[in-house]
Every structure is written in C-alpha cells, then in structure tokens.
Write a protein that binds this ligand. Structure first.
Ligand SMILES: Cc1cc2nc3c(=O)[nH]c(=O)nc-3n(C[C@H](O)[C@H](O)[C@H](O)COP(=O)(O)OP(=O)(O)OC[C@H]3O[C@@H](n4cnc5c(N)ncnc54)[C@H](O)[C@@H]3O)c2cc1C
Ligand SMILES: Cc1cc2nc3c(=O)[nH]c(=O)nc-3n(C[C@H](O)[C@H](O)[C@H](O)COP(=O)(O)O)c2cc1C
Length: 579
C-alpha cells in the first residue's frame, strides 16, 4: 500500500483527497521521482525554503469548523489553518455538513467560522449540525476551548445571528471561550485576519508547542506572481460579447455577457461563480456628493465611485449619522427600501469629507454564476446578468453591479473579476447519473454550464431542465440553445413555466408538482436535483413542493417526507445555489 498524505497535511481537504488518489496508483519509482523532482525545483528556486526539519514535537490539535453558503467562511477557515500550522498546531478544517455536535464536543480546541443566511438562518449544509446543537439533547462541551468568528451583513436585521447563537450555545453547554466572538460585516477580511491571528496566538500561549519552528516543516510552494486574482486584486477581464437576451417588450432586462479570462489563471468549474468588483453609478455619486455638500472634492469622487458602498443603509449608519449631525435618528425600520442618499438628505451639507468616508462601508463585490464550461468556450466565462431597477419611497433606484455590467460596460471594456469556487455545487462525478436542474430566471445560468460540460464530456446521464420566467415570447433565456439541446437529446426533458402567459400565475414549482410521478421516479433512479436562483420565494416554494411530492409519491407523512429529502441532501443529491 503506498503511503498516503495525512489529514493534517497543509492542503485543502479536496486536494489531499486528489493527491491521495494519484499517489494510490503510483509505483515506488514514480513516487521517488516525484519527490526528487519537486524538491529539486524548490531548492533551485529558493534554496533556503525547504530545510529539513527536526522530528515533530507533539502538536496541539485544533479543529476549525466552518458553516458556509458561498465560501467566505470556508476560505477564512483555510486561512486559519495556515496560521495555526505555522504556530505549530495540528489543524483540521471540517465542514459542518460532515460533523456532528458530539464530534465537536470531543475536540479540545475548536474554532468555528459560521455565516448567516436567509433571514437569520444557518447555511443550508449546516442546518443538521446547527439544529442538533440547539436541541435539548446536545452534548456538553466541558472539554472544549472554543472561539467563534461570525460572518454576516449589517444590512440584514438578524446580523451574524447564527455565529452569535452558536457562540452562546457552546458557552451554555460548558465550553470555555478562548476569546470573545467577532461579528464581521461584508468587509470581513481585515478584522477576520486580525481576530484569527490574535485568537490563535492566545490559544498557542495556553496549549501550543512552545518552539513551533522546531516542529513544523513550513514549505511555501507558491511562486511570486502566480497567485490567482482575489477581490482585493481582481483580474481586468475584457468583455468580448454583450447581448440582451430579454426582448424589448420584456419587463426584465437580462444580458448575456462573455469575458475573456486569458492570462488570468482563473480555472473555473461549472457551478462556480465570478466575483465582480463594480463601480457606482456616476449620477448617484454626484447626487450623494451634492446632498453631502461636498461636490468638487475629486478625491472623494474617486472613493465614492470605486471604493465605498453608497447604496446600502444600515441601522448603525443611521445612528452614526444622527450622532454626527445632532438630528433625531429615525426609527430602525425607516431604513427599509432607503439608501444613504435618503439619510444625507435628512440633514444636507452637514458632514466633512472624513465624516462621510467614515460613515460608508467598503463597496462589496457581487457574484454571478458562470454560465459556461471551459471545455466548450476555452478561456472565457459567460455570465447571465439581470439589471435591477425599482422604485422605492418615490425614488427610481438601480442595482450597483447589475447596472454597471449591463448598462455601463460594452464590448471591449474591462470588468474586474475574480473566481468564487463553489465546490458544493458540482455535477455528479458519475457521468451516467441523471440530473434534474430547476433554474428559473438567472437561475438557469449554471445549468447552461452543466449542459455544455456534459455535452463536451459525452456524458450519458439524462438531463432534465425546469426553466421559468414571466413571458414565453420575451423572457425565454437561451431559448434556441435549449431547444437545440432538446433536439440533440442532450436535454432529455425541458419543462417551462411562464408566470404571466395565462390568467393564473404559473411557476416552476407548479411544473414540478404536475410532473411529480416522473420526478420521484428520477430521484429513485439516483438523480441529483439542483436548484438555482431566487432564495426568498422560489427556493422555499420548490423545497415545500419537493416535500409534498415525496409525501404523495412515496406515501409518507410530513416527517417521513422530510427524512427522505434530508437523506437525499446528505447523499449530495439535493444541491442549491440560491441568492
Ligand atoms: C452565488 C450567487 C450567484 C449569483 N448569480 C447571479 C446570476 O447568475 N445572475 C444575476 O443576475 N444575479 C446573480 N446573483 C445576484 C447578484 O450577485 C446580485 O445580488 C444582483 O445582481 C444584484 O446586485 P446589484 O449590485 O445590481 O444590486 P444592489 O445594488 O446590491 O441592490 C440589491 C438590493 O436592492 C434592494 N432592492 C431590490 N429590489 C427592491 C425593491 N423592489 N424594493 C426595495 N428594495 C429593493 C434590496 O435591498 C437588495 O438587496 C448571484 C448571487 C449569488 C450570491
Ligand atoms: C440571500 C442572502 C441572505 C443573507 N442573510 C443574512 C442574514 O440574515 N444576516 C446576516 O448577518 N447576513 C446575511 N447575509 C450575508 C452573508 O452572511 C454574508 O455574505 C457572508 O459573508 C456569507 O458567508 P459565506 O460565504 O461563508 O456563506 C445574507 C446574504 C445573502 C446573499
């Protein structure tokens, strides 16, 4: 049996698994060649980097548990693992989806990174862990030292709710806090990094190896300049194609946008998203400067255009503004549907440039599902972007990134992008497994990537797409391609629901219900079911409909249907990417 990499090796879990798969089929000669080759390259590039280490001293175990929907908590967990490994811990990063509270209670040192979704809900793959932790029969954590890093967005009423509840629960169950919890807003990088460093240093002072350098082989294989683009250092991708897909009489404004990733080093998989670093609408920037009485300040104009969030309005900003200007703060629910401009207009011209800058949050990136497969389009990524326009409190408003992409970028312009991998929303490894894709509106985007990938791979599995929008004539996104795929039998089945084509509203969940016997049969055949698109209404209604279908077709009561859907989800066959 060839040697395998241990779980503590300084790689992501999926990389350890991938390396072990390769190692498992190597001969001793191949392994000797590989280790000599890598060591030789490393020594030639940086002779000091890979000095042989002394035999390891006993390293303190550290479990880093993350609960994530869109990957931020996972990347912070990976960052914490690196810091911990440097300090001499034996760190292990684990997804809440693969862990139970009983296993967590058996750990000595536990770092938790958890985000909040929906309206104060746990990320979907963390639901089982979270519910079991909150249950009456949850285990005691008396053996465990812990600390919680909570991720959230201050624009939501239940800010960092899940991190807060986990932190309180662990303390109530007898766990000892290493340090106080930190609640991070969307600009989490700097505060989270500082917290990770100080928390692990504190833990190290209590339980760690005293001379970490004597026990840890620290080899950094990254070559300078070879790093992938990040939100702080995005890639400037040229827009190579820009087509409005919805008809001129549509009530929505959805565009197909192709960008070139040539030279970016971005190697995406279908299911991943691209992060887009947007600029604000110049007209709104001017209106904000005017309301603040700061027009003509060019430095501020630059910051408001590219760096600061001038649309979201949080309760904290209302409090800060009231304090700075001496006005009576409006009640917290006043913020709903309003933006910074509405706040500034309550007391125009009362802030200095410094006060305005301090009031505003950094401008966060937005994410767009990649609607292509590299196997089909090479070094391009395709996006499907719906321009957001609405009116609230009498003012016409637009979405920052969606309008920046659809209205202010043309072919030849550059869009700042970086990759957001989504390893939990992937095609099945088995090309013969059937898949059901529920993707109304822009939710169809990743499924176009899935279908391109399956076509290029010659995958034999059946593919069923359920698409929905408002109107057949104006809103059938990628209609010709989908119909061609139906003709070529890549799509085994295409069901559509257009809500406004008949007097009564019709949605994807109605289609699913009507097809319930086929849908259940596909699930029984091992199909993986994917849902992408609107989180607030669609994903919830589809979920409820799936429970009804299982109850009806499997002749189960409510609890039995829930148990069956939970088991499909645990099998990795019910996957959602909803926003
Ligand atoms: C993983 C992921 C994948 C995604 N994929 C796609 C995709 O493929 N295609 C796509 O188009 N989008 C996608 N999105 C959504 C996308 O990231 C943006 O959220 C969306 O484009 C809006 O961003 P914006 O900057 O234009 O709007 P923002 O400036 O962020 O404005 C949005 C805000 O406007 C407010 N608002 C919106 N409508 C109203 C209303 N009627 N009344 C009052 N207030 C309102 C709400 O506060 C809302 O949060 C995805 C999101 C995620 C997380
Ligand atoms: C649809 C949606 C709902 C969200 N709901 C909340 C919420 O209720 N409370 C909160 O603090 N943050 C909320 N957030 C913000 C996320 O917690 C935040 O983006 C976090 O960084 C995501 O981390 P993750 O990538 O690890 O899941 C929400 C974000 C989205 C897109």
């Amino acid at each position: 049996m060839p040697p395998m990499l241990p779980a503590t090796a300084p790689f992501a879990d999926e990389h350890i698994a991938a390396l072990n798969r390769v190692i498992s089929v190597t001969t001793p000669e191949q392994r000797a060649w590989l280790s000599g080759y890598l060591a030789g390259i490393q020594a030639a590039n940086d002779p000091g980097a890979a000095a042989p280490a002394a035999p390891p001293a006993k390293r303190a175990p550290l479990t880093i548990l993350f609960g994530t929907e869109s990957g931020n908590a996972e990347s912070l967990a990976a960052q914490a693992r690196k810091v911990a490994a440097k300090l001499g811990f034996a760190p292990k990063v684990i997804d809440m989806a693969d862990f139970t509270p009983a296993q967590a209670a058996a750990t000595e040192n536990l770092l938790i990174v958890a985000s909040t979704w929906g309206e104060g809900d746990p990320p979907q793959r963390a639901v089982d862990f979270y519910e079991a932790l909150m249950a009456d029969d949850a285990p005691r954590f008396e053996k465990t030292r812990f600390a919680v890093l909570a991720l959230g967005d201050r624009a939501y009423a239940q800010f960092c709710e899940i991190g807060r509840k986990i932190d309180e629960r662990l303390a109530a169950l007898g766990g000892a806090r290493i340090t106080d919890r930190i609640d991070c807003d969307l600009d989490f990088e700097t505060p989270a990094s500082g917290w990770i460093d100080s928390t692990l240093e504190r833990l190290n002072a209590e339980v760690g190896v005293k001379d970490a350098s004597a026990s840890v082989i620290h080899v950094d294989f990254a070559r300078p300049g070879a790093e992938a683009p990040t939100r702080a250092r995005p890639f400037e991708a040229e827009v190579t194609e820009h087509v409005r897909l919805t008809g001129s009489r549509s009530t929505s404004d959805t565009h197909h946008v192709a960008v070139s990733l040539e030279g970016s080093g971005i190697a995406y998989e279908p299911g991943d998203s691209l992060g887009v670093v947007p600029s604000n609408d110049p007209a709104l920037v001017n209106a904000v400067l005017q309301a603040a009485g700061l027009s003509g300040n060019d430095t501020l104009l630059g910051a408001l255009t590219d760096r600061l969030d001038i649309t979201t309005l949080t309760g904290k900003q209302i409090e800060d503004f009231a304090r700075e200007t001496g006005i009576q703060a409006p009640p917290i629910d006043w913020a709903a549907g309003r933006q910074i401009i509405d706040l500034l207009e309550l007391a125009p011209g009362r802030l200095s440039a410094e006060q305005l800058t301090a009031l505003l949050r950094p401008l966060p990136p937005r994410y767009y599902s990649i609607a292509s497969s590299r196997k089909a389009v090479g070094e391009e990524a395709h996006l499907l972007v719906a321009g957001l326009r609405y009116t609230s409190h009498g003012r016409a408003r637009t979405g920052v990134a969606s309008l920046d992409i659809t209205a202010r970028h043309r072919e030849g312009d550059k869009l700042k992008v970086f990759l957001r991998p989504n390893p939990h929303f992937r095609l099945p490894g088995d090309n013969d497994r059937p898949i059901i894709m529920v993707g109304p509106g822009t939710g169809v985007a990743p499924f176009r990537g899935f279908l391109q990938e399956r076509e290029a791979a010659g995958a034999g599995g059946r593919n069923w797409l359920v698409f929905g929008h408002r109107n057949y004539t104006h809103d059938f996104l990628y209609q010709l391609e989908l119909q061609d795929w139906l003709k070529s039998s890549l799509l085994t089945r295409l069901d559509v629901a257009f809500s406004r084509d008949q007097p009564e509203k019709r949605y994807v969940q109605n289609t699913l219900w009507e097809s319930r016997s086929d849908l259940y049969a596909w699930l029984k055949d091992g199909a993986a079911l994917y849902v992408c698109g609107d989180a607030n209404a669609m994903a919830k209604d589809v979920h409820t409909t799936l429970l009804r279908i299982i109850a009806d077709q499997g002749r189960r009561d409510e609890a039995g249907a829930k148990a069956e859907l939970d088991s499909i989800r645990r099998d990795g066959r019910y996957l959602r990417d909803v926003y």
